[in-house]
Ligand binder design. Structure first.
Ligand SMILES: NC(=O)c1ccc[n+]([C@@H]2O[C@H](COP(=O)([O-])OP(=O)(O)OC[C@H]3O[C@@H](n4cnc5c(N)ncnc54)[C@H](OP(=O)(O)O)[C@@H]3O)[C@@H](O)[C@H]2O)c1
Length: 195
């Protein structure tokens, strides 16, 4: 994948305190083509000394739009490869619903906020930091259970609903961004991978 990005590309890993975010950040530090990896978690702290300092970043949360505006102002672009590895299956101490009786409106709304609305807000607020006039990739981790076709197991209602909503929201955004990119240059690309 990185061979499609320019030599010396800069990467931003969002949600780097999580299992997959950490794994992506550490894999990117091993890529000789990658000049810089900025790995951030919502506390604003760097996750590893080898990833460089992110001291000075404000705390942020994908549910808080103003905090994302402040985060964008504190980060220095351009970035050519962004991985958004934020997301939550368990929220406020409540795991995924196993039975219909476990569903409550607040839990569903919270999951939609973190897993579907938050990633779109992140994209909106941080997109000015993407490189212009060169190939850039924004990758968002979704989940296989968000697939409408692959929906045989039941349960996990709010997470499944939120990931399905995410899957609907993200694939269209490169089209919306076309007008921002200079003519003759590739617009940002969305890599969709459902795990
Ligand atoms: N692991 C899997 O098997 C699997 C399978 C399918 C899909 N996924 C998806 O892959 C992504 C990463 O999964 P993971 O296993 O690495 O999850 P994880 O270990 O729970 O990490 C989740 C990350 O999201 C951050 N986060 C949660 N709520 C947030 C909020 N409101 N604002 C900002 N950041 C927030 C967490 O920050 P804190 O550390 O501060 O909480 C953490 O950095 C998620 O979208 C998940 O749905 C994972």
């Amino acid at each position: 994948m990185s061979s499609r990005l320019r030599q010396g590309y800069r990467a931003l890993v969002i949600g780097a305190t999580g299992a997959l975010g950490q794994a992506f950040a550490s894999a990117l530090t091993q890529d000789p083509r990658c000049a810089d990896v900025v790995a951030i978690g919502r506390s604003g702290n760097a996750t590893s000394a080898s990833l460089g300092s992110t001291a000075g970043l404000p705390p942020w949360d994908v549910r808080d739009e103003a905090s994302l505006v402040a985060l964008a102002a504190a980060l220095t672009g351009p970035f050519h490869f962004v991985i958004d590895a934020t997301g939550a299956l368990t929220l406020d101490g409540r795991g995924p619903e196993k039975r219909l009786a476990d569903i409550d409106a607040i839990g569903v709304a919270n999951s939609l906020h973190v897993n579907a609305i938050g990633p779109l807000l992140l994209l909106r607020c941080l997109s000015p930091l993407l490189g212009r006039g060169e190939r850039v990739v924004w990758a968002k981790l979704s989940a296989r259970v968000g697939s409408i076709e692959d929906n045989h197991k039941g349960g996990w209602y709010s997470y499944r609903m939120a990931k399905a909503a995410l899957n609907q929201g993200l694939p269209r955004w490169p089209v919306k961004f076309l007008h921002l990119w200079p003519p003759q240059t590739p617009p940002p690309e969305l890599i969709g991978d459902r795990v």
